[in-house]
Design a protein around this ligand. Structure first.
Ligand SMILES: C[S@@+](CC[C@H](N)C(=O)[O-])C[C@H]1O[C@@H](n2cnc3c(N)ncnc32)[C@H](O)[C@@H]1O
Length: 205
């Protein structure tokens, strides 16, 4: 997948996935409970965003669940500032446990509803990048994500094959919100061949 990472980063990434599956036996965090599948469909999938990010950017991961894609991105790119938000406390407790043990300096996990966080100072219009995986249809992601974007910020929606249809269904909304499609990237995960669509929408006014 053209992603080259330091061996120490890889060890931490794999430890994170193992810890996720360990916690998953006690509290339900993810439907995947097999290590090979989790490495591909959680870890590699999250890392597909790396080439789309720039050093020093501030990123919001909306509805991050067990920390995906925010935790792998924060490990692989320590120069990124990641804020990871989910409304479910136990999921954020797991993310905070990971951040503590891996000493993630560039990572903040908070329990909040996105609609509430969007009104808070320090969060509204302060992010260069807003990401979401498996949170909602593109139309709803745009409504949820727009309040957080800086001028010229990007919303990156991680979608399956349905991404293309969802995009063409909301071209009117993009126009109204002042968003343009900066990139539409289709890819396949290397083991299962599962299809993914990355949609990068840039705020232009
Ligand atoms: C299907 S999970 C996806 C989790 C993670 N992004 C992933 O790909 O594994 C969707 C998550 O979004 C969270 N969520 C849904 N609506 C939300 C809202 N309005 N505010 C904050 N979190 C929300 C849910 O609690 C859930 O953990």
């Amino acid at each position: 997948m053209d992603i080259v990472l330091d061996i120490h980063v890889c060890e931490k990434l794999i430890w994170y996935v193992e810890e996720l599956l360990r916690w998953n036996r006690r509290i339900n965090l993810t439907s995947i409970d097999n290590i090979d599948e989790a490495l591909e469909k959680h870890l590699l999938d999250a890392l597909t965003l790396l080439p789309l990010l720039n050093r020093g950017e501030r990123l919001l991961d909306m509805g991050s669940g067990a920390g995906l894609p925010g935790i792998p991105l924060s490990l692989a790119m320590p120069i990124l500032g990641v804020c990871s938000v989910d409304r479910v406390f136990k999921k954020i407790a797991f993310q905070q446990h990971i951040a503590r043990l891996l000493r993630l300096q560039n990572f903040e996990a908070r329990t909040d509803r996105l609609q509430v966080l969007a009104a808070k100072e320090g969060y509204r219009t302060t992010f260069d990048v807003v990401t979401a995986r498996a949170l909602a249809e593109l139309r709803d992601l745009i409504s949820l994500g727009m309040p957080f974007l800086k001028p010229a910020g990007r919303l990156i929606a991680m979608k399956g094959p349905e991404g293309t249809r969802e995009l063409s269904d909301c071209l009117d909304l993009l126009e109204r919100q002042g968003l343009v499609v900066e990139k539409q990237q289709e890819l396949r995960l290397p083991m299962s061949g599962a299809e993914r669509t990355l949609l990068v929408l840039k705020r232009c006014r």
